[in-house]
Structures are given as C-alpha cells and as structure tokens.
Design a protein around this ligand. Structure first.
Ligand SMILES: *Cc1c(COP(=O)(O)O)cnc(C)c1O
Length: 406
C-alpha cells in the first residue's frame, strides 16, 4: 500500500494535497506557482492589529514575518491538510519546533515521558535543558504501552515519542500510547519525521500533536532547514504567540519556498524511497557480512504487524549491523563508498550512510543504563549503520554498497 491509496477528509488524497492544499483562488493573471515573500514587515493600520502578540487575533493580517508570512502560511496550510490537523506552525528547524512545543506544553513542576530512543538532539534537550527549568523527565520504552503506563505520574503533562525512532527504526503503537497518555491526563506528541504524513498520520490515531523536521523528507533535497508542529487550532494559536513569536525561531520565507517546492513531489518521492529501501533491505538481509537489518517494511522487522497496521509507507530509512569489527567497517565504507555520502541527516534525494557506535550514543545522548541499555544493544549491537536510501537507481546503490563492504 502507498500513501496515494488512501482517501481522506474532504476526499483529496495526499499526493494532491501536497500540491494544492491552501492555494488561493485561480484569479486571472495570478501566478500558478508561489513566490517567496521576502518582506520582514507588512503595511498595517492602527485598527488592524495591536502591537503585542498577546492581542493577535485569529485572522489578523500579516504584520511582521516572525509572527506570520504568506509563504510560510501556505506551507502551514499544506502541512495541516496532509496530517489532518486544524493548523500547523512552522519553525526554523525541527529542533526549534520540538523545543517550542515542549516550552508551550511544559512548566516547572511538570513531568515529561520521553521515548528512550529518539533523535539524539531531543534526548539531549530533554535531559540537559528541561531539568534546569524544573521539568522532570522519565525515559520509557514506548514500544511497550505498559512501560509508558508505568512511567506516568500525576504531574505528567506530555508523552513524546518518535515512530519510527532514529536510529534503530523501533516503532510505537500510537493508538495504544495515546490511550495511556490520555488516561493519565497527559497529551501525546509524535515525531513523524521519518514516516512523513504519507506514511503515518498520528492525529488520526489519537495523538494531540505531530512534529516534523521539514529538513528531511518533506523538503526532500537537503537544501533547507525547517520544522513544524501540527495540532488543533487552540494549541496552534498558543504556539504562535509563545514559542514562535517570543522564542523567535521563525522559518525564513526562502526556506519555506524550498520546502514547498520539495513537498510537491513528496508522494512520488516516498513511493520510490520505499521501493529502493525494500530492495536494499533485501540485499543486506541476504548478505553474509550483515548481521541484522531493521526496516519497518521487512517481514522480519520485530514489529512488522504494527508497521503494516499503522503505516501506509515504510519510508527510506533503514539500519543494519555487521558481523565482525563494526568500527573498521565504518572506516572502510567512509573511504570506499562512491554513491552514498558518508554523512548525517536523512530524507534527501541523495543516499547517505552514517555509523552510530552504541557506546557513544548511549553515553552522550540517550544515557540509558541497565535493562534500557540492554534493550538498545539487543537491536544495535556494537553499532548501527544508518542508511537513508535515496532516489538513485537501486541496482547502482546495491553495487556501491556491495563493493565498499569488501
Ligand atoms: C532531524 C530530526 C530532527 C531535528 O530536525 P532539524 O531540522 O535538524 O532541527 C528531529 N527529529 C527527527 C526524527 C529528525 O530526524
């Protein structure tokens, strides 16, 4: 199944929404492609808008580009439609979006339950910065709804998960964890960067907020940073006033334009990312130098049934472990790969590969110990090779990896 197969809301399917949602009326002489509006401020009138963000009305005209901007607004409309949310707020990066959501939803004395495996920057933000603001954080294996339930406290306001989770592609059952969060009086936010709205629509499964790094598949070309939170109208208004206007991490109009350009081809790109990942995963699974392969679309993914139930595209990110000395393999791949860039990030046209040593990520980012560290090691061994499978011909990618694995 691909994302295009689903009918939704008003009847328009994701591939169509990615191109048309939020567009203006077809007035004669109007451009058929959006242009970036590079203005920092807009003509106004004393009766139109107050000077303070606290007086910002829902339908206020554009005033200052940190508050709103026509190019960013079009992107927000398109993202909201794709996720089936009332509204989206864009930020300068995925981290700005997540930090903005945490700042809006959490106050001193509150408690956050966080996926014990997630984007390293989020793990570090939650463990370094939030405690200094009086916010307690508990890490939990969100692949197990009972573990989330056990981590809940009376002060828990937010449960934040990532599915699939970077870098081991472990999944969270969104509907089950939403139920646990809501039963405990908390909200659920889901980082769906890796799945994209073509693969996972957490709001329809009961989540309260979805976050995306637009830098990845949605922008798709590795040339712009951006982030977004998709949520209901009231939370979006609060996010705009507090986290966007006051913390100030606004998305630049040129970046919004690049991301809109990328978004137009999200559906066909995700179909091809998925197909190439399927072929690469099959090659790796049959290779004696490889120990394990993790890709949600594989029949032998530990949560294959959940993946099939919850996802409509399995995306192009996979990870694998090798037999023998993984660090030596990493050096060999960095030196020999020709088509894959040995580089961080994911979700762009070009294929990328990066080695993540288990000791390093457990110590510097996740800080897991005991059973939690062991759970991570059970998947990752001494380290995982994270592969963002791009849009090159899969046969060429397989040949490049085969040669470089030596
Ligand atoms: C990249 C990424 C982020 C952070 O996004 P930036 O745009 O780099 O700030 C957050 N979550 C996930 C899953 C990511 O892959």
């Amino acid at each position: 199944m691909t994302g295009d197969d689903r009918d939704q809301d008003g009847g328009l399917r994701p591939a169509t929404l990615a191109i048309h949602a939020g567009e203006g009326p077809a007035v004669t002489g109007a451009p058929v492609a959006p242009a970036p509006v590079r203005a920092s401020s807009f003509h106004t009138h004393p009766d139109a808008v107050g000077f303070s963000a606290n007086d910002l009305g829902a339908d206020a005209p554009h005033f200052y580009s940190r508050w709103s901007n026509p190019t960013v607004q079009l992107l927000e409309a398109r993202l909201a439609a794709l996720d089936g949310g009332a509204a989206a707020i864009c930020f300068a990066s995925g981290m700005a979006a997540i930090a903005g959501l945490f700042a809006d939803r959490l106050s001193a004395g509150d408690h956050l339950v966080l996926s014990e495996v997630c984007y390293a920057g989020v793990a570090e933000l939650a463990q370094d910065l939030l405690p200094r603001q009086g916010i307690a954080v508990t890490l939990a294996d969100t692949a197990d709804p009972a573990a989330v339930a056990a981590a809940m406290r009376p002060q828990t306001r937010l449960v934040h998960v990532e599915s699939p989770a970077n870098p081991i592609l472990r999944l969270t059952d969104i509907a089950a964890v939403a139920e646990v969060a809501h039963r405990g009086g908390a909200e659920l936010s889901v980082d769906a960067t890796i799945a994209t709205p073509l693969g996972l629509r957490p709001l329809t499964l009961g989540a309260d907020h979805v976050v995306h790094s637009l830098t990845k598949y949605i922008g798709g070309h590795g040339d712009a940073l951006g982030g977004a939170v998709v949520t209901d109208a009231a939370h979006a208004a609060a996010l705009r006033k507090g986290s966007l206007i006051h913390l100030g991490g606004a998305l630049a109009p040129d970046s919004a334009w690049l991301i809109l350009r990328g978004l137009e081809t999200l559906a066909p790109r995700m179909a091809l990312h998925q197909e190439n990942a399927r072929r690469l995963a099959a090659f790796l699974a049959g290779d004696p130098r490889v120990d394990a392969v993790f890709w949600p679309g594989s029949a032998d993914h530990p949560q294959a049934a959940l993946a099939a139930r919850q996802m409509s595209n399995f995306s192009g990110l996979l990870s694998f472990t090798v037999r023998g000395d993984a660090a030596a393999t990493a050096r060999r791949l960095a030196e020999r790969l020709q088509l894959f860039a040995y580089a961080v990030s994911l979700g762009k046209t070009r294929s990328l590969l990066f080695y993540i040593p288990t000791d390093d990520i457990l110590r510097a980012s996740f800080r897991l110990q005991g059973a939690a560290a062991q759970r991570y090691r059970d998947w990752a061994g001494e380290g995982v090779f994270r592969v963002s499978v791009g849009l090159e011909d899969a046969a060429d990618l397989i040949a490049d990896l085969d040669r470089a694995l030596g």
